[in-house]
Design a protein around this ligand. Structure first.
Ligand SMILES: NC(=O)c1ccc[n+]([C@@H]2O[C@H](COP(=O)([O-])OP(=O)(O)OC[C@H]3O[C@@H](n4cnc5c(N)ncnc54)[C@H](O)[C@@H]3O)[C@@H](O)[C@H]2O)c1
Length: 433
């Protein structure tokens, strides 16, 4: 029998990851029965784009009372996830939530308690687990390629297109997103937790806001009305970005959501330069960093074990200098090696590499073919498992609420550690039972 879904939070992610695929690709196994958003104009855009007429609610409880729903999908602003997750569970629904599951320990505890109380289930959509590259790394580690793993060094870079975009929106305020230690790094911490099959225990962190926020001369409140206009290297011309215009500028009257606020605004209180150390239950150490203003976007990871080291890296985009246009500044899926792009070799690569360095010499290179699609093909693979309900999941790709908790709590602990200057024990933050 088809499962019936409803979604709360019909923004760009809600539409692209869930609404469109449910309406267009998964009709044989799933039915989307309603949309809920505090801005009904934005939900109406989804209906218009897809040529459907799904009922639109601004009152979540009314939707749950009136519609027949098996599973609620939560894709609102991060700081509201817990409210909708708990209310859906209390109404006897299972929940699929976007990452981060929530933004701090208190809200996390509310979710864990509600799940236990109701016996219903929360699934967290960690799409990066599903990319073929990461899946291959997981397979190799499970086969014991490194033996016991002693440490991981992991560094993530966001360029000045993608990275800057977090400072234009609600993400730029800690109370909305938990900052990038939670909002963004929950992906990365989940990868490490999942690859290691260990739980984080102790976190020590440092972070600063160096590049964005009130670090430059004051500019306008938003690009639309800022005198600098195209002269600003971070100018976002909403009027000429069709997708953003339709979904955000044209619907602003509904909730006042400005999609183009200044990346140097006074309100910004999240960090852009972050470092953290994590100690794991099995003794492994993680050394992690995140920067949100680098010339290229991608990540590098080294995993060190008793039998050698795995070297992993992926570049996703590269910003071209001094071009004011939001689109022209980016090249997608460039060479794996940012050096090549920097000197002008802008070729698209068809595979990513895993390099295994055995302890005493040599190197083995494993090529993993790239696939197209959102988040390195992870989005589509996740949707297939989620909606088509494949029962086999030998590597444990699907993530439950505890996995959601373990990743977001590293970020939440990091935020505490930055403020106090002290290490934080994860198990002091939540109770499992
Ligand atoms: N897994 C991924 O790779 C990935 C990628 C992008 C976004 N996300 C997640 O998806 C979620 C949505 O991101 P987005 O970029 O679409 O954000 P967005 O701000 O563009 O859209 C959020 C939508 O939720 C609505 N909303 C906000 N608060 C609400 C509330 N209290 N009640 C009802 N509706 C509310 C807004 O009106 C908007 O339509 C976030 O949690 C984000 O972390 C995940």
């Amino acid at each position: 029998m088809k499962k019936k879904y409803a979604i709360v939070g019909v923004g760009v992610r809600g539409i692209s990851m869930f609404v469109r695929p449910l309406v267009k690709e998964y009709q044989d196994v799933a039915e989307l029965v309603a949309l809920c958003d505090r801005n009904p104009l934005r939900a109406q855009v989804a209906n218009n784009q897809l040529g459907v007429n799904l009922p639109i609610y601004t009152d979540f409880d009314e939707m749950l009372a009136k519609e027949e729903i098996d599973i609620v999908i939560v894709t609102t602003r991060d700081s509201y996830h817990h409210e909708y997750i708990v209310r859906a569970l209390e109404h006897g629904k299972d929940v699929i939530t976007e990452k981060p599951m929530t933004i701090d320990a208190e809200k996390c505890q509310q979710i864990l308690d509600a799940e236990k109380r109701t016996g219903k289930k929360v699934t967290v959509t960690f799409n990066y687990r599903f990319t073929p590259y990461v899946t291959k790394i997981k397979e190799l580690l499970k086969q014991g390629i490194l033996g016991k793993i002693f440490s991981v060094d992991f560094h993530w870079y966001l360029d000045t297109r993608h990275g800057a975009d977090y400072y234009r929106r609600w993400h730029a305020e800690l109370e909305n997103s938990g900052g990038l230690f939670v909002h963004k790094a929950t992906h990365h911490f989940d990868l490490v937790n999942w690859l290691l099959e260990q739980e984080p225990r102790r976190v020590f962190s440092m972070a600063k806001l160096n590049f964005y926020g009130p670090n430059r001369e004051k500019r306008g409140e938003r690009c639309l009305t800022c005198e600098l206009g195209e002269k600003c290297e971070f100018y976002l011309d909403l009027k000429n970005e069709p997708i953003l215009k339709e979904l955000y500028l044209d619907t602003e009257a509904g909730d006042g959501y400005m999609r183009d606020r200044c990346v140097f605004g006074e309100r910004i209180d999240i960090y852009d330069t972050m470092a953290t150390l994590v100690e794991y239950s099995g003794g492994t150490q993680l050394c992690y960093s995140l920067h949100s203003y680098t010339p290229f976007e991608g990540w590098r990871m080294g995993i060190n074990g008793e039998k050698g080291r795995l070297e992993l890296s992926a570049a996703e985009t590269f910003c071209k200098k001094n071009s004011p246009n939001f689109k022209e500044r980016v090249t997608n899926l460039v060479s794996q090696d940012p050096y090549k792009v920097a000197i002008g070799i802008d070729e698209e690569e068809t595979s990513d590499l895993i390099r295994f360095y055995p302890l005493y010499g040599g190197v083995e290179v494993i090529e993993v073919p790239r696939v197209k699609g959102g988040h390195g093909g992870g989005d589509e693979r996740l949707r297939n498992m989620m909606f088509r309900g494949y029962s086999e999941d030998p590597l444990g790709h699907m993530a439950d609420s505890w996995a959601g908790a373990m990743s977001l709590l590293i970020g939440a602990a990091a935020n505490i550690s930055v403020k106090t200057g002290q290490p934080v024990n994860i198990l002091d933050l939540v109770k499992k039972d």
